[in-house]
Design a binder for this molecule. Sequence first.
Ligand SMILES: Nc1ncnc2c1ncn2[C@@H]1O[C@H](COP(=O)(O)OP(=O)(O)OP(=O)(O)O)[C@@H](O)[C@H]1O
Ligand SMILES: [Mg+2]
Length: 227
Amino acid sequence: MTLCVSGLSAVRSGRTILHPTSLQIEPAARIGLVGASGSGKSTLGHALVDELRTQGRSVAHVPQSPDEALDPLRSMRFHWREAEMALGLNHDAARQQVLFNALRIGTGDLRKRPWGWSRGMQQRFVIAMALLGAPDLIVLDEPTSALDPVVAAQTMDLLDQFLADRDTAMVLITHDLGLAARRVSQLMVMEGGRIVETADTGAILNNPRTMAARALSAHRCWRASAC
Ligand SMILES: Nc1ncnc2c1ncn2[C@@H]1O[C@H](COP(=O)(O)OP(=O)(O)OP(=O)(O)O)[C@@H](O)[C@H]1O
Ligand SMILES: [Mg+2]
């Protein structure tokens, strides 16, 4: 089913940081939300997640750093059980194994706390938690910017493979056009709290119409990026 939101907006400290925004997201869509720092990408991502959850849709959010999702005092097993309980799911070892295999974290020791795992494994664990409930949409906010390029590319490859034959839609928030170019079929460009350009990824990369899209493509050698 298509996900629809209309009139999303946000005001902070008396300033409109997200102007009324409407979106439609088809099942299995791969959308990149790009724009300069401060353009409103994370604000829109959070507003989108909040609104769709209010509508009763299953939506997962993956933050930039696993630190935002994992409590340093709790074991990885605790986090997994918490995620299951939050979704009203009973513990299912087989389902856990499928996700751990898909994200290549099966070797991780669940008795350990987050710092007992590498950053890359922590972030893949967070992505596995996000996929637990087979969400309609997964919103990833700069999911690999804290990882080295090789681990970042592997992480996105594993996510791509997992989502390949599923209906879960993906919104990938990034200021990295190189990342977006390889992972999404459609781009939405933000500037000043508005989506100023929406088009197929190739069209924006090869023929950006707005200043914001031109600035993004001009300021980076995105063709050379590993992930
Ligand atoms: N709680 C807040 N109070 C005041 N201003 C805020 C608040 N949260 C965000 N902003 C402002 O809103 C604007 C958009 O912020 P947002 O974090 O959505 O941008 P972004 O595109 O995600 O940036 P980045 O790429 O750096 O993550 C910024 O100018 C930011 O300073
Ligand atoms: Mg942000």
